[in-house]
Every structure is written in C-alpha cells, then in structure tokens.
Design a protein around this ligand. Structure first.
Ligand code: F6P
Length: 319
C-alpha cells in the first residue's frame, strides 16, 4: 500500500478541514495510507505524523481552522532542516505530500521536491493572492465574515452619522478589502496594490457629507495603511468625528461557507486523482471554475493581478 501525507501550513483558512477530509477519504478509497502531519512544516521536521482513518475526519467538514494545526515555519528555508524532514518521511515510507496553504507553503513544497519528495499544492488562504488561481480556500468565508461585521458597523455609522474606517486583513493583497468594499457599499477602498491618494479619499468623504449621506465607510487593507493612520488624516482635514474598527483575526475563523466547502472537497479529491496519474510538482488552481494544475515554479513566479477597475466601480456606485 502506498503511503502519502497531508499537511496544512501558514495562516489557517476556513475550509481546510473539508480539504483534509476529502484527501483522507478519497485517498483511502484509492488504497493509500494517508498520514496527517501536525503543525505544517514544523511537524514534518519533528516527525509529528499520525495515520488518519476515514472516521478520523468525520464531523469536520463544517468546522473552521484545521484539525492538523498550522504554523509558519521560517527554519524550513534551511537545507539541513529540509533534510531532517525528508528523513522523517522516508522512515514512514512516504513519497508524496499534499500541502494545503498559501504561497509560503508552496515554497516549502518546492523545497521538498528538490529532495525527491513528490508534492501537490492545494491553494488555501483567506487572502486569495495565489497567482493563476481565481480562488483560494477560505476567501469566501472570510469575505462574508467581513461583510457581516461591516453591516453591523453601518447601523451604528448611520445612527450617529459618522465616518468609519474599517481595517481588514491583507498585508500584500487587497482582495478582501476590494470585494468587501464593493459588496458592502463602502465609499472608499484602500488596497496595497494601488498607491493611496489621500486628498481624493478626503474629498470623497467630504462630498458624501455634503450630499447629506448619513455615513461614510472607508475600508483599508492592513497592507495599505492602518485604520488609525487613515482616521487621523481624515479627522485633521475635515474636523469630523471618525471611528475605527480593526477586524483582526475574526476574519480567519468560523464555519466555512458552502463555496469554501465545495472547492475544498473538489480540490482535495482532485489531488488524489493527480497522485494516481503520478503527477506532482504542481499546485491545483481554479480556472473559470474548473480545477486544473500548474507547475509550482510558474505559480510562485507569477503575479496575482487584482482587478483594480473595481475601485472605480466602488467610487461610482457609492454616490
Ligand atoms: O495570510 C493570511 C493572513 O491572515 C493575512 O491576511 C494576514 O496579514 C496574516 O495572515 C496575519 O498573520 P498572523 O496570523 O500570523 O499574524
């Protein structure tokens, strides 16, 4: 019987459990022993492996987080550390690892490939910032969590006729900020991919007040600017009452939406299909709704393009 392993790495994302479930169940069905590695690449170094049976992944499809735990593992960049991990895999006779995570996790997978371990990547990050794939597991849940929070903030913003600055996650990616702005009807969205034009932001808020709008909502991605910084500039320029809200890690947890569970199940199951076809050194991607594969190197060298035309749309619709 062939032995394979699965791990989750980087920031957790709702839907990771559904992907683990799919890997274990489909893997078992195809006659593989599936080992779960705890705490991502850290568990790989420590030899923290556990064989997962079909029932071990019962009752998890609807749960956020990851039953395998996750970690960011800087030391995995060192070749000696990688060799330690490979030794642990060889001791368990495992030649293939399915890596569920973001671009940092895919870099770890590529390192394993350089030591002869076969790897397949499943894109999972709330940031939706992996090149070539239109979707990453966790994005939809996170977006809906943000929307729920902004809808609540909007009630208070209207009641007090205030301007609110809401800071969302995304150090290098503005996807959550951009699409939550469009979906919540925010006035302005600030994303790291586009240099901010504060005079224009201030003008937009001022214009909203003049138009008699009951509130203004500005959504900033953490990588663009902090909510406090933005609030300070608007307060100083307009002498108005501004409130801030930093949503933080509530954006990462919670029950995965149907969309995340469906993609996670499809991606997890397809990863096993690829192993059966002896394909590796690839990440699974979503292209026009279809699951395809792309060479890891190409994915990591690619550029994720944010559709910044949406910024104009946000501006035009919030009048
Ligand atoms: O990659 C997902 C993400 O949530 C980013 O949006 C955010 O910048 C980062 O992780 C936060 O990481 P941590 O939880 O390690 O502080």
């Amino acid at each position: 019987m062939k032995n394979i392993a699965v791990l989750t790495s980087g920031g957790d994302a709702p839907g990771m459990n559904a992907a683990i479930r799919a890997v274990v169940r489909k893997g078992n069905k195809e006659g593989f022993n599936v080992y779960g590695i705890s705490h991502g690449f850290l568990g790989l170094i420590r030899g923290d492996f556990k064989k997962l049976e079909v029932r071990d992944v019962g009752d998890i499809i609807h749960r956020g987080g990851t039953i395998l735990y996750s970690a960011r593992c800087e030391e995995f960049k060192e070749v000696d550390v990688q060799k330690e991990a490979v030794k642990n895999l060889e001791e368990h006779d495992i030649d293939t690892v399915i890596v569920i995570g973001g671009d940092g996790s895919f870099r770890g997978a590529l390192a394993l490939e350089s030591h002869g371990i076969k790897t397949i990547g499943i894109p999972a990050t709330i940031d939706n910032d992996i090149p070539f794939t239109e979707y990453t597991i966790g994005f939809d849940t996170s977006l809906n969590t943000i929307l729920e929070a902004i809808d609540r903030i909007r009630d208070t913003a209207t009641s007090h006729e205030r301007t609110f600055i809401v800071e969302v996650m995304g150090r290098e990616s503005g996807a959550l900020a951009l699409y939550s702005s469009l979906a919540s009807g925010a006035e302005v969205s600030l994303v790291p991919e586009v240099a901010e034009d504060m005079p224009k932001v201030i003008e937009k808020v001022e214009e909203s007040i003049k138009l008699g709008k009951k509130h203004s909502i500005v959504i900033v991605a953490e990588g663009a600017m902090s909510a406090d910084e933005c609030s300070k500039m608007i307060t100083e320029a307009l002498n108005i009452e501004v409130r801030t809200s930093v949503l933080g890690h509530i954006q990462r947890g919670g029950k995965p939406t149907a969309r995340d569970r469906i993609y996670a199940s499809r991606l997890g199951s397809t990863a096993i299909d690829l192993i059966l076809e002896d394909k590796h050194h690839v990440a699974l991607i979503v292209n026009k709704g279809k699951i395809e594969m792309k060479d890891f190197k190409k994915v990591l060298q690619g550029n994720k393009i944010l559709d910044t035309s949406i910024l104009k749309m946000i501006d035009e619709l919030s009048i």
